[in-house]
Structure formats: C-alpha cells, structure tokens
Design a protein around this ligand. Structure first.
Ligand SMILES: [Zn+2]
Length: 291
C-alpha cells in the first residue's frame, strides 16, 4: 500500500495493477501449481475452507481466485506492509528480523498464517479463510524478487521505465507483471506450461526446490534481485535508507533510467517461470503440512 501511495493517485488511475505483487496472473499461477500438488487430505481441507466441491478443478479455480484477495483488501485491512520486506543492498540474511518490526513483513506473516492454519486457535484475529488467502498470496509475493529488496527506491517503484514495457511503468511493475504480460498467456495456460516443466524434473530436484522456510525463500529472492535487476541494470547503489515515497527518494534513483530491451525481458522469462514454480511447489508443501 505504502508503495502504491508513493506513486500518488495517478498510479491508481492510470494503472489499477500497481498495487499487486505479481499482478493477478502470477498469483493465480502460483495458486494453481500449488493446488495441483496438494495431498488428497489437504485438498479436502482447502475445499472446505473455500466452500467449494472437493474436485481438482474446483479447488484450483477457487484457490486462484483466493490468491488475489490480500491485494484487493489491503487498504481496508491496513496490511500493506505484509506483502514485502525491505532488505537493503547492504543487508545480510541475518538482518531479516531487524527489517521486520512487529512481524510486519511477508516472511513473518507466512510463518504466522501457516501456524494458524495448522493449530486452528480459537482466539485468532483472522478466520481460517483469511489465513489461507493471506498465505497463498504472501508465498507468491516473496517469490517476486522486487518484494525482497530496497535500494532507497521502494522495491524498484521509483525507477521509471521510459518508455514503459507493456503496462509496466517502473522496475517493480516490470517484475510484478510486465515480464509475465510479455509471455502472452493466462494463468491457466501458464500453470499448465509450468507443470510440464516440473514433470521434467527428477524427484530429487522437485524435493530440493521445496526445501527451506520463508526466510530462506526471501533471501533467495533478494539475491536474485541483486544479481538480475540491480547489478545487471547498473542501478546506483544507495545507502540503507527508507524514503516514505518516491518524492523523497535520492535523485540518483529517481533520475535513473533503466535500459530494458527485448533481450532483457526474454532473458528474465525463465527466471520468472522458475520463481512461479518454486512459489507453487513451496505453497503446496506448506498447505500439505498445515492442513
Ligand atoms: Zn501483494
């Protein structure tokens, strides 16, 4: 939310997608991959929570629909900070807790909502339905590399793309959706294509991909952003500061013009595909363990 506000009202008017990590297609794709890898018992529980028939198609459609609820409601629920974590270019993995005050960041919320789904406490602030919808969304968000980094630029929101890449007007939006839009496929088609890719992995690779916890996955995303975005595009390295909006960001950032060509977008497509696969398989593992 804070990130979108930083782009002022024009962002809301010109680009209704600006608030969405992975926009809709990415989140729905992660959800569909996860749905396809649920155990029968977990699928039954998910179907019950989402109040849909316990069939693969119904659960896949319902989980995909549920995956964007956290973005659609974040203004009224005041949970915008839960969608990302601002790890600076100078940070180490051990800095994650310090960058996550009062559990207001994506990896902490993944942990907390997974625990709620598993333990079903009577006094939970959020319903089991809400916990599921948050978890599905935040696992997707932390696999979007720009949700795990900040270079005094609100996760890449302050570097404008001129010209825009499809509908993406800044670096963050390019990774949220621009690269996926360039794939020209809907969430069902993308999930099916990624599923074919997963089937080429041997079981050791599949199991390896799902290992780790939310902090591990966050750090993996962070390193990916460092390498494939900040290094590759030669974004100026700024000190660890956290401007409230892009108007307060350093001039070196707001005046920087990333050079995004078709080769860069094409080179990043497999990176995005792998992040979506990881998000889906890891979400399935969490749900299978919790439900
Ligand atoms: Zn989000």
């Amino acid at each position: 939310m804070r990130r979108c506000l930083s782009l002022l009202l024009t962002c809301w008017i010109a680009s209704p997608f600006c608030a969405y990590g992975w926009w809709e297609t990415g989140h729905q794709t992660v959800a569909r991959i996860a749905a396809a890898h649920l155990t029968p018992a977990a699928r039954t529980r998910v179907a019950r929570i989402l109040d849909v028939p316990d069939t693969p198609e119904a659960v896949s459609d319902a989980l995909a629909k549920a995956s964007t609820w956290a973005d659609e409601t974040k203004n009224e629920t005041k949970t915008g900070e839960w969608h990302y974590i601002d790890l600076t270019l100078q940070d180490h993995k051990s800095d994650i807790p310090a960058r996550c005050k009062d559990d207001n960041c994506a990896p902490a919320r993944i942990r907390l909502f997974a625990a709620q789904l598993k333990n079903r406490p009577d006094d939970a602030k959020w319903s089991q339905l809400d916990a599921l919808r948050f978890l599905v969304h935040f696992v997707g968000d932390i696999h979007q590399p720009m949700h795990a980094i900040s270079d005094a630029d609100l996760g890449g929101n302050c570097e404008r793309l001129d010209p825009p890449v499809d509908t993406a007007k800044n670096l963050h939006a390019l990774w949220d959706g621009g690269i996926i839009v360039a794939m020209d496929v809907d969430d069902k088609g993308l999930a099916a294509s990624l599923e074919q890719q997963v089937e080429t992995f041997d079981s050791a690779r599949q199991a390896g991909l799902t290992q780790g916890d939310a902090d591990d996955w966050t750090w993996e995303s962070h390193e990916l952003a460092l390498h494939d975005v900040y290094d590759k595009l030669h974004v100026p390295v700024e000190p660890p500061i956290f401007p409230a909006n892009c108007g307060e960001a350093p001039l070196a950032i707001t005046s920087f013009k990333p050079q995004i060509d078709a080769l860069y977008v094409d080179t990043m497509k497999p990176v995005v595909r792998e992040q979506l696969i990881k998000g889906g398989l890891r979400l399935a593992r969490m749900l299978n363990e919790a439900l």
